[in-house]
Write a protein that binds this ligand. Structure first.
Ligand code: FES
Length: 495
């Protein structure tokens, strides 16, 4: 049997063992890396940086690299085979993690800090120099609680079934390992560590009773800031390092949204700003320096592929965008493989295109009278899928309308609409507007990436007073409690 070779994928820190001679394209497909030009070597999007080992670049690849102005440490994954152990940095992963590497205002501090976004699916940690605000390094990992369910309801149920201590232990241990990997590479003194996440993540990490999150009125008495000592968490950090899990705004609006509010600067602006996070809870926020109101909608699952018969996450095989080319519908599939299903951004696109082509009507009905529409060989949208999309988009659109009504303003008075989260980055804004998901002009919409992480980084430079000021002007409303909710919701179901 031939000896296997190890491929280490950075910055996600994943090790894979394969047979020598395996094409990188085969391996990276599985991790959602896209090959937009189908491996012709013209787009350069599959570029990887060789950090360790050898990865042969033949003369043709060398010419392509030169044309793409990539220096000798880069390779095009679509051209390479793994012949021996290698460590490569995937540029597309880097884009995702560091998409939030935007500048933010801060007053220089001292020493080094780590900001952590404790997501339901993914954990991201960044190491920062607090004097310059520069990100020195980043690392990501999957949330190890995934084995206790991928959605929050299953996780909370698992806590109630007695698994909370094990789940807390898993997340604390994994975060500690991520921190250690950063500090081993950069042996600096960490003085502060900020953690943000939704309310369930906050409660599970902190060992707080999750029961109030499981039944009406879903009000937990423990939403506040949680402080931890290094000894308590057994993390390899200086004993005096400050570790805080930031407070939630409500039972369904966590410190990830609080961080998002900080990231958009909403609490300091005179003009109104909207923040939309299309993750599982579909949180929406509207406000300015006087007052901020947030709410959670039940929109998320459809945009994450749930409830759609061939819905899936944005991984290899998912239709991620749909366009019309010379009058025909054209689907782009992640990884250039035959389509297996459709992810959130593809779903929004498909709806807009089906509307344009009059394949569906304004009530979402399939005009042919059939029960499904084929998007590409093997992938269909059923009448029920279209209904699910309408329900999800109406939840967001109605939520936004209620927030606007609460302030007695309309979209014209809103300066910017920020879309948070990885999913938002792939959205075609024209299609977002055409489907009525966000009823504003394209110029006002800004895709902001991981606002939770940006905010967590900002918290490294601020004291508790900063948070307090945001919390004092922020309130949470229950959308269904609004007497006009049903009427607005039904109206927004229209396409
Ligand atoms: S250069 Fe386009 S996929 Fe490799």
């Amino acid at each position: 049997m031939s000896k296997k070779v190890k491929i280490s994928l950075q910055p996600i820190g994943k090790n894979i063992t394969v047979n020598p001679g395996t094409q990188l394209i085969e391996v990276l497909h599985e991790y959602g890396v896209e090959f937009p030009c189908g491996g012709k070597g013209t787009c350069g999007r599959c570029k990887v940086k060789l950090l360790q080992g050898e990865l042969h670049a033949d003369i043709i690849q060398q010419q392509k690299l030169k044309k793409l102005e990539l220096c000798e440490e880069w390779r095009l994954a679509c051209f390479c085979k793994a012949e021996s152990d290698i460590t490569i940095e995937i540029a597309q992963f880097e884009d995702i993690i560091l998409a939030d590497n935007s500048t933010f205002s801060f007053s220089p501090g001292k020493g080094y800090g780590i900001a952590v976004d404790v997501g339901t699916t993914t954990l991201v940690a960044q190491l920062l120099d607090l004097e310059t605000g520069r990100v020195l390094d980043a690392t990501t990992a999957l949330n190890p609680q995934l084995k206790f369910g991928s959605d929050l309801i299953t996780r909370i149920q698992n806590c109630l079934d007695g698994n909370q201590p094990a789940m807390a232990q898993l997340i604390r241990k994994k975060t500690g390992e991520m921190i250690q990997s950063l500090t081993e590479k950069h042996p600096v003194e960490i003085s502060k560590l900020t953690l943000v996440g939704n309310t369930a993540m906050h409660h599970i990490f902190s060992g707080l009773n999750v029961q109030p999150l499981s039944f009406y009125p879903f009000e937990s008495p423990n939403l506040g800031m949680q402080h931890f000592s290094v000894t308590q968490l057994k993390w390899k950090l200086p004993p005096e390092a400050e570790i805080q899990f930031y407070p939630s705004i409500g039972s369904f609006v966590g410190s990830d949204i609080l961080a998002g509010i900080a990231a958009t600067n909403m609490a300091k602006k005179e003009n109104f700003t909207i923040l939309i996070d299309l993750g599982t809870n579909g949180e929406i926020v509207l406000g300015n320096r006087e007052k901020i109101i947030c709410a959670s909608t039940a929109a998320g699952p459809a945009f994450e592929g749930a409830k759609i018969s061939q819905g899936m996450r944005a991984v290899t095989g998912a239709i991620s965008s749909v366009q019309v080319e010379t009058g025909k519908m054209k689907c782009h599939v992640i990884g250039n493989v035959p389509a297996k299903g459709i992810c959130g951004s593809g779903l929004v696109d498909a709806m807009a295109v089906l509307l344009q082509q009059e394949k569906i009507g304004m009530f979402g009905e399939i005009n042919s009278g059939e029960n499904e529409i084929e998007l590409t060989p093997g992938v269909f949208l059923t009448q029920q899928d279209i209904r699910e999309f309408q329900l999800a988009k109406a939840a967001i659109a109605a939520g936004l309308q209620i927030l606007l009504n609460t302030f007695k303003i309309n979209f014209n008075e809103v300066e910017n609409v920020f879309i948070a989260g990885g999913f938002g980055n792939f959205l075609n804004l024209q299609h977002v507007i055409q489907t009525g998901l966000i009823e504003t002009s394209e110029e006002k919409i800004i895709k902001m990436g991981n606002t939770a992480l940006i905010g967590a980084k900002m918290f490294l430079f601020e004291d508790e007073n900063f948070i307090q000021k945001i919390l004092e002007k922020t309130s949470h409303i229950n959308l269904e409690g609004d007497s006009n909710f049903q009427d607005i919701y039904i109206e927004k179901m229209m396409m």
